[in-house]
Design a protein around this ligand. Structure first.
Ligand code: FAD
Length: 427
């Protein structure tokens, strides 16, 4: 029986195990809990949800909903567990978190070809390994990883600014310009009058914050949440990320403050709001950030967030098959691989397992189509701009060929293509 290691029994790790166990491999699963807990886990169960009990929308016209459907078609364990343990929550798929994790643990443990090691892994293991240790990976392993991929390819804090779709920015109000006309006109600028700034400032400093853990409250000065910066004083943002200097236009009234948006993907259809990492709830981000002139109808493909999160700079460190460029026996899955969210992390667990299995069988790698959400997530993390890279969640902005007019067509195509891919994988 061929042997494979999986480190971490979180959402990505259990999906990887499930695929490999069904294929008949001898799977060595390393998990440090319950002997050693992370700051966010509370139990020894596999697949524990660390925060919300929601796996987000069930609707197929929601990218995370579509991703879940693709995963169901790939026989995902997380999806089975969620169906079995769901609780009523309207259009969302929410679960009883204990029952969910218990179901997963029981299923995984039922395989006779599983060997469990209750161990805090601090070094790379021999042989083909899937690394799925998540955003709170133990420090010793982080040290080892940083030696292998280079310190500059490993991030410890996730401070991502919201990302909006370019086509939803009102370019009658916003304009293109780089500060002091240096370089090209790659930034989109949203100018405030004093009255607009006053309203925005007031709403921002009074907006509702998301619950954050104690260990998430230690900010780096260089990536301070925008509301924390604003609370330091009325003008602080105007001397920081909203500085209007060098961004004035001759044919327009003088701007009191300017928010800049920077291109976020190679397709040039997504823009992030520069300096707007935040702890505001998603609902408040939508309400308050839409007060920025030009963003009244902005569609958010990812909201800003801040929490301790270890993830690698995947475009630099990973091959197309999620293996490390500097050690192709190690496949990275889950949040560590540069995706964001429970479902997305689990999805990368399935892919890492497929790729690890292909490697063990000396088979040519088969990448999932980029017309699927799972395929576009993989494609995004390995091919995004490494500069300022931050984790990505499922959204239609990264789906190949998608625009706001062809949603239904894209959904059907993704489902057809994932079925085809899955049948090829199991040939
Ligand atoms: C505080 C916090 C809250 C979050 N809230 C949400 C949310 O509400 N919704 C959402 O969609 N996403 C949320 N996320 C993001 C992300 O989706 C989850 O963290 C998700 O659990 C990631 O899945 P994973 O499999 O990559 O990692 P995890 O589920 O964290 O699994 C990693 C596993 O590896 C184990 N491990 C770590 N290091 C070692 C080691 N050296 N040796 C052995 N075992 C090890 C851990 O004990 C853990 O069981 C949150 C993240 C954090 C940090």
């Amino acid at each position: 029986m061929k042997k494979v290691n999986v480190v971490g029994a979180g959402l990505a790790g259990v999906e990887a195990c499930y695929f490999l166990l069904k294929k008949g491999y001898e799977v060595h699963l390393y998990e440090k809990r319950p002997t050693k807990m992370t700051p966010a886990h509370h139990t020894g169960y596999f697949g524990e949800l660390v925060c919300s009990n929601s796996l987000k929308s069930k609707a197929l016209d929601n990218a995370c909903g579509l991703l879940k459907e693709e995963m169901s078609l790939m026989d995902s364990l997380i999806m089975k567990a969620a169906q079995k343990t769901s609780v009523p929550s309207g259009n969302a798929l929410s679960v009883d978190r204990d029952e969910f994790a218990k179901y997963i643990t029981k299923e995984i443990k039922s395989f006779p070809n599983l060997v469990i090691h209750e161990e805090d892994v601090s070094d790379f293991l021999d042989g083909v390994t899937i690394l799925a240790t998540g955003p709170l990976t133990s420090d010793e392993l982080i040290d080892k990883l940083s030696k292998v991929i280079g310190e500059e390819s490993l991030f410890f804090f996730d401070a991502s600014a919201p990302i909006v779709k370019k086509e939803t920015i009102d370019m009658n109000i916003a304009y293109r310009k780089s500060r002091y006309d240096q370089g090209d006109d790659s930034y989109i600028n949203c100018p405030f009058s004093k009255e607009e700034y006053d309203l925005f400032y007031h709403e921002l400093i009074n907006a509702e914050l998301a619950n954050i853990h104690e260990f998430d409250k230690h900010y780096f000065e260089g990536c301070m949440p925008i509301e924390v910066l604003a609370k330091r004083g009325y003008d602080t943002m105007r001397y920081g990320p909203l500085k209007p200097k060098g961004l004035q236009m001759m044919d327009r009234p003088k701007a009191y403050a300017v928010v800049q948006l920077r291109q976020d993907n190679l397709a040039n259809d997504l823009y992030n709001i520069v300096g707007f990492q935040t702890n505001l709830t998603y609902k408040e981000q939508k309400r308050v950030f839409r007060l920025i002139p030009g963003l009244k109808n902005a569609e958010f493909v990812r909201y800003g967030l801040m929490h301790r999160n270890t993830f690698i700079c995947s475009p630099k460190a990973l091959n197309d098959d999620l293996s490390l460029k500097n050690n192709p026996d190690v496949f990275v899955a889950g949040q560590l691989s540069g995706v964001e969210g429970y479902v997305e992390s689990a999805a990368m667990g399935i892919l890492a397992a497929i790729f690890a299995s292909n490697k063990l069988e000396n088979k040519k790698q088969q990448l999932p189509p980029i017309t699927t959400i799972i395929g576009s997530l993989r494609n995004y993390i390995v091919h995004a701009d490494p500069k300022g890279f931050s984790p990505m969640n499922a959204n239609f902005g990264i789906l190949h060929g998608a625009n706001k007019h062809n949603r239904e067509e894209c959904i059907q195509k993704s489902l057809t293509d994932i079925k085809l891919y899955w049948s090829k994988i199991n040939e």
